[in-house]
Design a protein around this ligand. Structure first.
Ligand code: G
Ligand code: G
Ligand code: MN
Length: 411
């Protein structure tokens, strides 16, 4: 009998209104080392869930008497940690939507299989999936929650605890290094790694974001000035807080930083998220236009997940668009995601914008992007965000000379 990574027996509970189908899935699971039980109605399903405590669930979404989406919702509300496999005879688009809904309910999703499916695909999905560690198990390893206070951030600023990691961007066509995005990192001596999403929002709400931004931009420009010496044409992307967009003096301050480090504004890309650019489009237009006049390049970050009006967006003087990683990550497996990515590339090019795809996690996706005419790629497949010493090693290894082509990758 196989066990999951923390030593529990693997148990699959199947809900399928067709008993024969349920039995087939159960048999396949048994050949993969699972214990399996199958039920045909929601009431028995929830009883088994409580008493038998399965590690895995296979759920048919479309059943005449049971609403599969409702079952997913109840599983989410109950904090279910089992790994859920969604099965159904409906089209992949509906299944992908169901998967999205399940993820938003906090469920662990093993995958979606549309019927008829091959036994080997089902076996592979089951074997490669694991339940989310349940709360009792994870309590020991998860750090206790703590509140991010203004004092904590203030102290971190004073002690220089904030750092930047740099993630490479390459040109899709020839694999050449095009530049880096700087990403803020905070390792607190007691609380450990604190994610940027969390501390950026906190710094914004405590009125500390300007100090943090100054510190990070200063560090980023100083690093970039040294790295780009002898490597012409590289660009550095810096993320701009939504708060800075309402601050008309921001443009002068960034320019002053650049002059101090001898960096040309033309080599700097300022990334602004789609939603923050449009929260106050008039003020943003003012500031963004000033930045463009000073020579900076501007990028719309996380494009496609906001609810912006394209009419408003095209008024803003952007030079680049970054396709949100949620579409790029799914491009290899989902035809819909590929359609969205291609449509965004087309839109951007028609508006005269360069396109970067972020979240490129495999070679298939990189090839797809190259064929779709995407300009630049960024993602774990190329490299993770790295601290300066590792970046330098990576650059020496992958891009020995500035103009050298990344041969292995472009073939
Ligand atoms: O770096 P990821 O590794 O987790 O970054 C998460 C989010 O935090 C991203 O959306 C990114 O835009 C934002 N972020 C990262 N670094 C910075 C920064 O230096 N300034 C601002 N304003 N946002 C940042
Ligand atoms: O600023 P923005 O939201 O674009 O920040 C990019 C975020 O994406 C950072 O948190 C970075 O760590 C993350 N990231 C970069 N490449 C990948 C990738 O290939 N996969 C995933 N899942 N995240 C990535
Ligand atoms: Mn970004």
């Amino acid at each position: 009998m196989s066990t999951d990574p923390i030593g529990r027996k693997r148990k699959l509970l199947i809900l399928d209104d067709e008993a024969a189908m349920g039995q087939t899935i159960a048999n396949i699971a048994r050949t993969a080392g699972f214990e399996a039980r199958s039920v045909v109605d929601a009431a028995s399903f929830f009883t088994e869930l409580e008493t038998w405590e399965p590690t895995h669930i296979a759920l048919d979404l479309i059943m005449p008497d049971v609403d599969g989406i409702e079952v997913l919702r109840r599983l989410g509300d109950a904090g279910c940690s089992a790994s859920v496999l969604i099965t159904s005879g409906v089209g992949t688009r509906v299944l992908e939507a169901a998967k999205q809904s399940a993820l938003e309910h906090g469920l662990e999703i093993a995958g979606v299989v549309s019927k008829p499916f091959s036994p080997s695909k089902l076996r592979a999905l089951l074997t490669n999936s694991a339940p989310r560690p349940s709360q009792q198990i994870s309590a020991a390893v998860v750090r206790p929650e703590f509140t991010l206070t203004a004092e904590l951030i203030d102290e971190a600023l004073a002690q220089g605890q904030f750092e930047l990691a740099y993630q490479p961007k390459i040109s899709c066509g020839d694999g050449k290094l095009a530049g880096f995005e700087a990403l803020a990192r905070w390792r607190h001596p007691i609380h450990g790694f604190i994610p940027p999403d969390r501390f950026i929002i906190a710094a914004e709400s405590f009125g500390l974001i300007d100090r943090l931004t100054e510190r990070l931009f200063d560090a980023g420009l100083s690093w970039f000035a040294a790295l780009s010496r002898g490597r012409p044409g590289l660009r550095l992307s810096l993320n701009v807080s939504r708060r800075s967009l309402g601050d008309i003096a921001f443009a002068e301050r960034v320019l002053a930083h650049c002059s101090r480090h001898g960096v040309a504004p033309e080599s700097i890309i300022l990334e602004v998220t789609e939603t923050s650019a449009l929260s106050d489009p008039t003020t943003s237009l003012d500031l963004l236009t000033r930045l463009r006049f000073k020579g900076f390049r501007l990028s719309i970050d996380d494009f496609g997940v906001g609810y912006s009006s394209i009419a408003q967006l095209v008024r803003l003087p952007f030079s680049e668009l970054k396709v949100d990683k949620s579409f790029v990550i799914n491009a290899a497996s989902s035809a819909e995601a590929r359609t969205v990515v291609r449509a965004i590339i087309g839109l951007a090019h028609n508006l005269g914008l360069e396109v970067t795809a972020e979240g490129v996690e495999d070679e298939t996706t990189l090839s797809f992007l190259r064929e779709s005419g995407c300009d630049l790629a960024q993602g774990y497949h190329i490299a993770r965000p790295m601290f300066p010493a590792d970046v330098e090693r990576w650059v020496d290894r992958e891009h020995a000379a500035p103009s050298e082509v990344l041969e292995a990758r472009t073939r």
